[in-house]
Ligand binder design. Structure first.
Ligand SMILES: [Zn+2]
Ligand SMILES: [Zn+2]
Length: 347
């Protein structure tokens, strides 16, 4: 008889359920992690609200746990049994063109077989246990509050995005959107020595951004956002623009906000996925770079854990609440409120 574990799976719209499945057993090259808690991100929120995914959906990719067992062939000295670790749960093949180039966030097979070992679909963080390869774990400092460790994954996504933007000292950086991803972009851009301008319609979020070190926060409903950014930058436009929101019209604005040599990063997915008007001639004459950013790389995950472990990024104000798994409905409902940032489910 194999041992069992509990998971919080979504079985339909607004239906998170605690289910019992076989506890995974680590192979000789794998590590077994007891998950302490996992934060609810946009992916899980969307499936919770719409019920649209293969069911049962086992979400959860912002994961903290501790090491309980290491396979006989695991050789790492980076952590040991009992250590608290941040967990990267998205699998990568290690052999495709992109993995071989060290860009494994673009792996052609990254979402394959997630949680299928336990008969479910999704990244699998809302479970009591998870088996992972050793290179997907990072030791968290003992004095770091464990809840902060759940920010490793979202912060890693942001570090990947900031790397694409190549921020220079004194650059003007516009962050569109003051949700959690916007806030993290703002905080990391400040560390890179930029002046950060946030565009956000909600006053509470603007005030929090300013409290966390943002230089200027404005309401794009009160002005012509593109003209305002140009006014703030002596008519040039921004050096870097991060769009962390979904509307296509805002993506078009993001491109217009950037000045000559500007870098524009489409961080969020665009919903609905409509094409936006695009002036190729403006690119020709400005040498702007338009790019995107998706998921964390191994390198950006490493950077994110360093930033958290050293206290260089403190996510305290972005952590809203922690719920027991038995209260998963309340946890999901809280997470989809516009006034909350991260909500964690304890496992
Ligand atoms: Zn996430
Ligand atoms: Zn790959």
């Amino acid at each position: 008889m194999s041992e069992k574990m509990k998971v919080v799976a979504i079985t339909g719209a607004k239906k998170p359920e605690i289910m019992e499945v076989d506890r995974p057993v680590p192979g000789p090259d794998q590590v077994l992690v007891k998950i302490d808690g996992t934060a609810i991100c946009t992916w899980e929120q969307r499936v919770y609200v719409t019920g649209k995914f293969k069911m049962p959906f086992l979400g959860g990719h912002e994961v903290v746990g501790h090491v309980v067992e290491m396979g006989s062939k695991v050789r790492t000295k980076e952590y040991k049994v009992g250590d608290r670790v941040a967990v990267s749960v998205i699998s990568t093949c290690g052999t495709c063109y992109y993995c071989r180039r060290g860009e494994e966030n673009l792996c052609v097979d990254s979402y394959a077989n997630l949680s299928e070992d336990i008969g479910m679909f999704g990244p699998g963080g809302f479970a009591e246990y998870k088996v992972v390869p050793p290179n997907k774990l990072w030791k968290l400092n003992d004095d770091l509050p464990w809840e902060y460790g759940t920010f490793s994954e979202p912060l890693a996504c942001v570090c990947n995005s900031v790397k694409k933007a190549d921020i220079q000292l004194g650059d003007d950086v516009v962050v569109i959107g003051g949700g959690i991803m916007g806030m993290l972009h703002m905080m990391v851009s400040k560390l890179r020595g930029a002046r950060v301008i946030m565009s956000e319609i909600d006053e509470t979020r603007r005030n929090l951004a300013l409290e966390l070190g943002c230089d200027i926060a404005f309401n794009p409903k009160d002005c012509d956002a593109v003209a305002y950014v140009k006014e703030l930058t002596e008519g040039r436009g921004a050096d870097v623009v991060f769009d962390t929101t979904t509307p296509p019209a805002v993506a078009a604005q993001a491109i217009d906000m950037a000045g000559k040599l500007g870098r524009v990063v489409m961080y969020s997915s665009v919903i609905p996925a409509d094409p936006i008007p695009f002036d190729a001639n403006a690119l020709h004459s400005s040498e702007k770079i338009i790019t995107g950013s998706v998921s964390p790389s191994i390198q950006s995950f490493d950077t994110a854990v360093r930033l958290l472990n050293k206290g260089l990024i403190n996510p305290k104000k972005l952590l809203h609440s922690v719920f027991e798994k038995e209260d998963a409905v309340e946890a999901f409902e809280t997470s989809i409120r516009p006034d909350t940032y991260r909500v964690i489910i304890k496992l």
